[in-house]
Design a protein around this ligand. Structure first.
Ligand SMILES: Nc1ncnc2c1ncn2[C@@H]1O[C@H](COP(=O)(O)OP(=O)(O)O)[C@@H](O)[C@H]1O
Ligand SMILES: [Mg+2]
Length: 386
């Protein structure tokens, strides 16, 4: 990235000496105009990272640069960040316009200019008609949009959003995703967006930083983290997944995008095709196959297959989600519905995949053949974490 808008370098936060760091030597850059999601489970350090960028909290070490300038020591009111929190934190004793104007007053912007910008910001969130309303007369979604208008009106250096949708009901949450993304794209505001919701991150972000235990496990475009997870954690956290411990037996030639095709010996199930980075032959890794890429048939296919027993069927109209048991493992698959009927519980199904749909996760333990190898994907995952 040539001149990133935001660069975080080796950022660390320890809340107390002796405690594990909440944020552990984290580095990332954000391109101007991008929306980047910090995605991870509760407690992984998302809010701590955001608060350090905002200037609400001092890092233990590391630095934060905006437009190439080190702002690590810059006090919060001089950073010019726009912030939106989960609890909208609007001022209850002010009306909508006063709430939005607040940041402009603090900056001593003239009243004519203030009025113009408040109207503009309210139009942006489509609430111009509510300028005179009291905050308590607004719905949750409206309050959140006012909070966004209030953050954007000052033309912030960065827009920082901490779980801004988690207090809204499901339907509104989805509308607000589209709304926030569209406002962000129209204003071009470089945005850090904290969420624990993978769908939200996939849907809204230009880039996703998948966090776990204070570190970034992977940083990439939504399709990259979903299709090419570099660790077990990322594959597991984003979307549903089937994991198989697999010995990478042979390199089978070039695949798309500089990857290689491999023959893998899938633990207990025989030989299949998979793709992955170069140089993996001779090691044992996990492969991941997403449920909707696991081909499920009630007839034996021609190529290699895994035989499973259907234990769970859920009908969603467009597709069937199946839970299967195969060789002591629980697998998830999806198949299109057909007018010919729904598979029965206890029925045998045959599972296979196109080699391109099985990805060898490079960050799972690579152990040379011949040495003792873990029997299960879970054991491999445990090593991955260690
Ligand atoms: N003020 C604090 N004092 C001590 N520990 C804290 C404090 N705030 C957060 N933590 C701890 O730091 C870790 C990261 O917290 P946080 O950044 O809030 O995570 P997230 O936003 O991803 O849920 C957690 O283990 C949390 O318990
Ligand atoms: Mg948080």
């Amino acid at each position: 990235m040539n001149n990133p808008k935001l660069s975080i370098v080796d950022l660390t936060k320890r809340y107390a000496p002796g405690l594990d760091p909440a944020v552990d030597c984290l580095s990332m850059s954000v391109e101007e105009g991008h929306l980047v999601a910090l995605l991870g489970p509760s407690g992984c350090g998302k809010t701590t990272t955001l608060r350090m960028v905002a200037g609400l909290m001092d890092p233990t070490s590391g630095s934060i640069m905006v437009d190439g300038k080190d702002i690590t020591q810059t006090p919060v009111h001089k950073r010019g960040m726009g912030m939106v929190f989960q609890s909208y934190a609007l001022f209850p004793h002010m009306d909508v316009a006063q709430n939005v104007a607040f940041g402009l007053q603090m900056r001593k912007v003239g009243s004519k200019e203030q009025n113009r910008r408040v109207v503009e910001a309210l139009d942006l969130v489509k609430l111009g008609h509510l300028a005179g309303r009291q905050v308590k007369e607004l719905s949750g979604g409206q309050q959140q949009r006012i909070a966004i208008a209030r953050a954007l009106v000052v033309e912030p250096t960065l827009l920082l959003l901490d779980e801004p949708l988690s207090n809204l009901d499901a339907k509104l949450r989805e509308n607000m995703r589209t709304e926030i993304r569209s406002i962000q794209q129209r204003t071009g505001a470089t945005t850090l967006f904290v969420t624990h919701d993978q769908d939200e991150a996939l849907d809204m972000a230009d880039r996703i930083a998948v966090m776990n235990g204070g570190i970034i496990e992977q940083y990439g475009a939504p399709a990259e983290v979903y299709e090419r997870p570099q660790t077990h954690f990322v594959a597991d956290f984003i979307g549903q997944a089937n994991f198989f411990a697999s010995a990478v037996v042979a390199d089978d030639g070039a695949a798309a995008d500089g990857e290689r095709s491999y023959v893998v010996d899938v633990d207990g199930f025989g030989r299949f095709g998979a793709v992955g980075a170069a140089g993996l032959a001779g090691s044992t890794h996990e492969i991941v196959v997403r449920p909707h890429r696991l081909k499920t048939s009630l007839q034996q296919p021609a190529g290699p297959f895994i035989e499973g027993v259907i234990e769970r069927v859920s009908y969603t109209g467009d597709s069937l989600s199946l839970g299967l048991r195969a060789g002591g493992k629980e697998l998830l698959s999806q198949m299109p519905t057909a007018s010919s009927g729904i598979p029965r519980l206890g029925q045998t199904a045959y599972l296979s995949w196109d080699p391109a749909d099985a990805f060898i996760i490079p960050g799972t333990a690579g152990i040379p053949h011949g040495t003792e190898r873990p029997a299960t994907a879970d054991a491999l995952a445990a090593q991955d974490v260690a």
